[in-house]
Ligand binder design. Structure first.
Ligand code: FAQ
Length: 311
């Protein structure tokens, strides 16, 4: 029945409609979705760490409540995404084992340190800003469970970006030292945020097929340029500068351009040798071990309830 399945699948893609878990799909489509969705889930979970690190040091009760809510949202995003990946036939424990064994990727951005309170602003503004730019088009991804998870996630990411912007705005309008702290954080997060979009188009092996399958809607460089244009305008409102003398609007092409990015650094981070890779993985393993009793208790409770239902 593969020929029939393939024809139906191709029709869904041609009509820009949705593939659902029980539909036939090519093995490569399933594999690339599992790859992207599980990496995305891992990014949300590892991505909790740079900010969780600042919860106890937030400068006020209000700031602390907001930051806790944001970090909890990230845990929730990870859970929706693991659920979406499970609909493709992958077991959640396997995905977690791959992450803990260092076999799975997660976003490069979370391997950079959050040094000051202003980093909470820069992460929200730049990292969540990049995440939104990349993820809004994914709401239209051809795989139903992924696209639907993205809709909820993007709504929450918008709040995350606003809270980061607001932290920077307040620091920028504060004392000279506060303004300097905000500028320093933006200087450190700018280039890593641009690299979140992935390698340049001519070095992106997955883009072409993912675009043909309506998973990705825009190329890595195209999204990176859109993001840059948004940040240029918002930086003016913040009264901060983006640390790149080469930013310019290319009239002929109709898009924004940035200066050269350090792709060797990106490769090092992906190879596990970024500033915080080892620390992030160590914390995740620790958290997993410390949570063993919760998993055991939940499993025992579920077994007890199932036994009662059968009785
Ligand atoms: N980091 O051929 P392509 C967040 C890998 S936002 C690490 O272009 P593709 C929210 C790529 O996997 C962050 N690896 O790949 C938040 C591939 O390797 P593979 C997460 C990267 O898939 C905010 C290889 O390079 N967002 O968590 C990166 O077509 C604040 C070749 O690349 C998503 O995951 C990178 N930056 O395009 C949470 C969005 N870039 O798998 C907490 C969904 C590329 O062949 C706090 N994902 N690689 O071994 C996507 O849109 C895509 O997967 C891309 C990469 C655009 C990331």
């Amino acid at each position: 029945h593969d020929a029939e399945g393939l024809a139906a699948f191709e029709q869904i893609i041609a009509q820009d409609s949705r593939v659902e878990p029980r539909d036939w799909m090519p093995a490569g489509y399933r594999k690339t979705l599992l790859r992207q969705i599980s990496q995305h889930a891992h990014s949300e979970i590892i991505g909790m760490q740079p900010e969780a690190n600042w919860i106890t040091r937030a400068p006020s009760l209000k700031r602390k409540a907001i930051l806790i809510a944001k970090v909890q949202d990230e845990a929730g995003h990870g859970l929706y995404l693991y659920s979406a990946a499970e609909t493709l036939g992958q077991n959640r424990d396997r995905m977690m084992d791959d992450l803990l064994a260092g076999k799975a990727r997660y976003s490069s951005i979370f391997n950079y340190p959050a040094r000051t309170w202003a980093d909470m602003g820069a992460i929200g503004w730049l990292v969540d800003g990049a995440a939104i730019c990349n993820q809004v088009p994914l709401c239209r991804a051809s795989y139903g469970p992924y696209g639907r998870a993205m809709v909820r996630i993007c709504k929450e990411e918008s709040f995350h970006q606003r809270q980061g912007f607001e932290i920077l705005l307040e620091l920028s309008n504060g004392t000279p030292a506060q303004k300097q702290m905000a500028q320093d954080a933006v200087n450190r997060w700018y280039a890593p945020a641009l690299m979140m979009f992935g390698p340049p188009d001519d070095e992106s092996p997955n883009s072409k097929q993912s675009m043909a399958w309506n998973i990705k809607r825009f190329s890595n460089d195209e999204l990176r340029r859109r993001f840059l244009g948004m940040m240029v305008e918002q930086a003016k409102v913040l009264g901060l500068t983006l640390p790149d003398e080469n930013i310019r609007y290319n009239e002929a092409e109709g898009h924004w351009e940035h200066g050269p990015l350090d792709w060797d650094e990106f490769a090092e981070v992906l190879a596990g040798r970024g500033p915080c890779n080892a620390q992030r993985m160590e914390r995740r393993r620790e958290a997993h071990e410390n949570g063993a009793w919760v998993r055991e208790a939940a499993a025992a409770y579920a077994a007890k309830r199932a036994a009662k239902e059968h009785a």
